[in-house]
Write a protein that binds this ligand. Structure first.
Ligand code: NAD
Length: 485
């Protein structure tokens, strides 16, 4: 085992949980055992909540301009430790080193946004009648929880950590049991940056601990990022105990390619979107709708896909189970009559024979009722459907239950606008394969890709991580009593 057993992080210290139940942490790159992760119990969660609750009064009363100083230093520490963090991220998740570098760079951008929060939460004040002032202030909620998935071991935690904590909350994070290592390093960097003990805590585990978080009477808000099935469970359970909850789910993102699209640029973007992070991005292109004759572009997409080599510029998928699931989807589509133009099944990487690799896969002549057209595959696979018109393409896009992202490739601005207006997704790209809004714009899908109000990052996250205090004051003796008094 390369690393010592993973521990919880409570009140500024790594602690051994009160459990013997643990899971192996396996590197998807070569199948090697990296560590073990504990499946914490309610007692462990209670300890973390106790620490967070104790830290809350002092942290929430620290002025925000002082609180964000921690994140100026944290940003510097992310930069200083970028290489080491990226290596750890690749090791536990399987993505390529350059993808992990991009992930840490995104953590830095997320932190940059958090340090700008004092400029955005100034509140409002107005003299509403003679000598009477109304004021609104954003105040922290209390102890909050963040439950995160495996596909971005550092970035998704940083969707919530800097904003929620800079806004004055104390947090408990539940990392994915598949990638628990990065969060521990983030805890060390937060402490080095000067975050007081108890403000940030980690409790590892699986279903049991997620359910305990949803039920805990002293956790005020829960954010969740993961599959739609679990997002629904978490949203229902957390709101049942009257918590505010924002639960981001899975995705099936459609790219619409029109005949006037720039062939080379489109092919490069489509191939990069479907294969980046081995297709394990909630913003990955998963379905492509070829509108009219775009055979020349499809042929270029295949050429681009063939340049993406497992173990070189394509990382591993998270587990053997995922590899089997993805390959089953491809085989099923083949049996149903789709045409496999580029086949990523049964690949092995020399020297990494025990790694979980799937090559880039391009499937053509997919029909909307096939499972590869409807379901989230979460692998480097693109399913191409063909339509005669943009409206037919929109019918397919609108019918899918998810709504994270959609993109159009065209040189016609009017047509792009037509599709922006009609696609049923929270994030739309025009000639962009992965239309992630950059800070300060917020991130969040629609439909079955998100449950709850608002978005998880950017300006929209302020509403989720704070509550509004409204005060009405009268200091002027001349103000008197009016019709409202
Ligand atoms: P997952 O839903 O299996 O797990 C997410 C978290 O929930 C983990 O911490 C896990 O321990 C916990 N969990 C798993 N099963 C549970 C259950 N039955 N009850 C309670 N908790 C449970 O997701 P994953 O496989 O880690 O991540 C991949 C999924 O996340 C994909 O569907 C992807 O689209 C989605 N995702 C969405 C976004 C977004 O912004 N919408 C971002 C990243 C990932």
């Amino acid at each position: 085992m390369k690393y010592t057993a993973v521990q919880n992080y409570i009140n500024g210290h790594f602690v051994t949980p009160s459990t013997d139940r643990k899971l192996d942490v396996i590197s998807p790159i070569d199948g090697n055992l990296l560590s073990t992760v504990p499946m914490s119990t309610n007692n462990d969660l209670n300890e973390a909540v106790k620490a967070a609750k104790a830290a809350f009064p002092a942290w929430s009363r620290t002025p925000i301009k002082e609180r964000v100083q921690v994140f100026f230093r944290y940003k510097y520490l992310l930069e200083k430790n970028l290489k080491e963090l990226a290596e750890l991220c690749s090791e536990e998740n399987g993505k390529t080193y350059s993808e992990s570098v991009a992930e840490i760079e995104k953590c830095i951008e997320l932190t940059e946004f958090a340090v700008s929060l004092p400029q955005l939460v100034t509140g409002e004040v107005l003299e509403v009648s003679k000598g009477v002032e109304c004021r609104t202030e954003h105040v922290p909620i209390g102890v909050v929880a963040s439950i995160v998935p495996f596909n971005f071991p550092a970035m998704v935690p940083n969707w919530t950590i800097p904003n929620a904590i800079a806004l004055g909350n104390c947090m408990i994070i539940k990392p994915s049991e598949k990638v628990p290592l990065c969060c521990g390093r983030l805890a060390e960097l937060l402490k080095e940056a000067g975050l007081p003990d108890g403000v940030f805590n980690i409790v590892h585990g699986d279903v049991e601990i997620v359910e305990a978080i949803c039920d805990h009477p002293h956790i005020e808000a829960v954010s969740f990022v993961g599959s739609t099935k679990v997002a629904k469970l978490v949203y229902q359970r957390a709101t049942k105990s009257y918590k505010r909850c924002l639960a981001l789910g899975g995705a099936k993102n459609h790219l619409m390619v029109l005949p006037d699209a720039k062939p080379d640029m489109t092919a490069q973007n489509v191939a990069a979107s479907m294969s980046g992070c081995a297709g394990q991005r909630c913003m990955a292109a998963s379905a492509m709708i070829a509108v009219g004759n775009v055979d020349n572009i499809i042929s270029k997409i295949c050429d681009e896909a063939k340049k993406i080599i497992p173990g070189k510029n394509l990382g591993a998928v998270i587990s053997q189970e995922s590899k089997v699931r993805i390959e089953k989807y491809i085989t099923e589509a083949e049996h149903q009559g789709a045409k496999i133009l580029v086949d990523g099944r049964n690949v092995t990487v020399e020297g990494k024979e025990y790694g979980y690799y799937v090559g880039p896969t391009v499937i053509d002549y997919v029909t909307p009722e096939m499972s590869v057209a409807k379901e989230e595959i979460f692998g480097p696979v693109i399913s191409i459907m063909r339509t005669e018109t943009v409206d037919e393409a929109l019918v397919i896009e609108n019918a899918n239950p998810y709504g994270n992202a959609a993109s159009v490739f065209t040189q016609n601005g009017g047509m792009a606008r037509y599709i922006i207006d009609r696609a049923s997704a929270g994030m739309i790209g025009v000639n962009v394969g992965v239309p992630v809004p950059r800070e300060p714009f917020s991130f969040g899908g629609w439909n079955e890709s998100k449950f709850g109000v608002g978005d998880i990052t950017g300006k929209s996250s302020i509403e989720f991580w704070t509550k509004l205090k409204k005060s009405t004051t009268k200091w002027n003796p001349e103000a008197g009593v009016n019709w409202m008094s």
